[in-house]
Structure formats: C-alpha cells, structure tokens
Design a protein around this ligand. Sequence first.
Ligand code: HEM
Ligand code: HEM
Length: 200
Amino acid sequence: MANDRTHNAAPASLKKVAVWDLPLRIFHWTLALAVLGLIVTGTQGGELLLRHAQFGYLVLGLLAFRVIWGLGGPRHARFSQFVRGPRALFGYLRLQREEKLRWIGHSPPGGYAILAMLLLLLAQAGTGLIADDEIAFSGPLAAAVPASWSATATWYHKTIGKPAILGMIGLHLSAVFYYVIVLRIPLISAMLTGEREIRG
Ligand code: HEM
Ligand code: HEM
C-alpha cells in the first residue's frame, strides 16, 4: 500500500504528480461519449441501431486498448496497481482524509468499481454482437448462433446489462463528485490534465 502514496517530509509544499497518461485520458473521455451515444441510440432503436452498432464497435476497440494498457501500460493504468486484495481495501477505508488526499491513482474500492464497469461494458458489447431486435437490426454475429442464444443475449442486453451499466455510471459519478465536493480531492481535473497537485 505504501507504494501508492507519496512520502515527503515537507507537509506544506504543493507538488504536481503525473497520474493519468494521455492515451488513458483519451480512452476515458472517448468511452464516456461513446457510452452516452450507445444509451441514446439503443433506447431510440429503429434505424439508429446502425449507429448504435458503430458506437459499440468503438467501445470494443477501446476495451481492447484498455486490456493492453492494463497489462503493460504506465504504472497507474496497470490492473496490478488498482485491483488489490482485501487488506489493501480495508486499509484504504481506514485512512484519514489527509492520507486519502495523497492517494495517487484509483483507490482500492474505486479500482473494483472500474473493473466491474469495464466487465459490464464488455458483456454488453459481446451480447450486442448476437442481439436481435426482431424488427430492423441484428448484431453481425446473430445469424451465426442458435436463435435461443440470440434471444437470451438480447434479453441480457436490455434487462440486465442496461440497468447495470446505468447504475454503475450513477455510482461512478456520485463517487467522483463525493471526492470532489466533500473530500475536496480534484479527481476530475486530474482526468483532464493528467496531473494532480498534492501536498508534501
Ligand atoms: C458514460 C460515462 C462514463 C464512463 C463509462 C466512465 C468510465 C470510466 C472508467 C472506465 C474509468 C477508469 C479509467 C481507467 O483507469 O481505465 C473512469 C475514471 C474516471 N472517471 Fe469516468 N466515466 C464516465 C463519465 C465520467 C464523467 C462525466 C466524469 C466527470 C464528471 C468522469 C470522471 C472520472 C474520473 C475523475 C476518473 C478517475 C477516477 C480516479 O481517480 O480513480 N467520468 N471513468
Ligand atoms: C458497451 C456497448 C453497448 C451498450 C452500452 C449498449 C446499450 C444498449 C441499450 C441501452 C439498449 C436499449 C435497450 C432497451 O431497449 O431498453 C440497446 C439495445 C440494443 N443494442 Fe446495444 N449496447 C452496446 C453494444 C451493442 C453492440 C456492439 C451491438 C451490435 C452490434 C448492439 C446491439 C443492440 C440491439 C440490436 C439493440 C436493440 C434490442 C431490442 O430493442 O430488441 N449493442 N443497447
């Protein structure tokens, strides 16, 4: 856990620390826009499903990038850095606000939430590929699988995946704004500029 915090004896000085690299920031904001587009086009349905599928392929590409980045990218982007065991999780929860202020990268609870969101998006895009709205559009692989698989995937896509992703986005934004407003930790600017200003 000690690796994730900075250690410096001068408590008053502020210094800038690099957190999110440029490719990861581009990944994040493109993903956010694509998911917004997917929710709008998916809910509208009809002819917009063609555009929906294009956004979906974009998300699949972004997720492939994130896996590569999670395995071999810069330090804070790596899965090994933020998908941590229960000891790190409970250790983090016991930290004081001042110590949380100095945490760089995803916190252990945040890391689990990010992992869950990425897996839900993967499941959503995967089921989309074999989904069928039985009117105007079916996923590119729908014809290659039995009709019952396609029906189950469509059911998952609409009944489980959609509310789960909406819930995760709600949780994500609530957590980010809790950090920004209550804990006064400037997470959003770090995801925009790549840098965090920390004390000491
Ligand atoms: C559909 C919308 C969104 C999705 C799907 C989404 C998804 C994600 C994902 C996957 C990450 C992890 C980045 C990584 O390591 O790969 C992340 C981090 C982050 N997101 Fe979002 N995001 C969305 C919208 C937003 C919005 C609107 C904001 C700002 C208001 C925001 C602020 C952040 C911040 C600050 C982090 C870094 C959290 C930290 O420091 O641990 N996100 N988001
Ligand atoms: C992470 C990516 C994706 C997200 C977040 C997403 C989200 C959604 C949402 C919110 C709906 C509306 C469900 C409803 O009517 O209540 C929907 C419907 C649909 N999506 Fe996706 N989707 C994704 C990827 C894909 C992909 C890659 C495809 C196919 C290439 C696809 C095909 C469909 C189809 C065919 C429907 C209509 C189902 C129906 O109304 O019967 N989706 N999606």
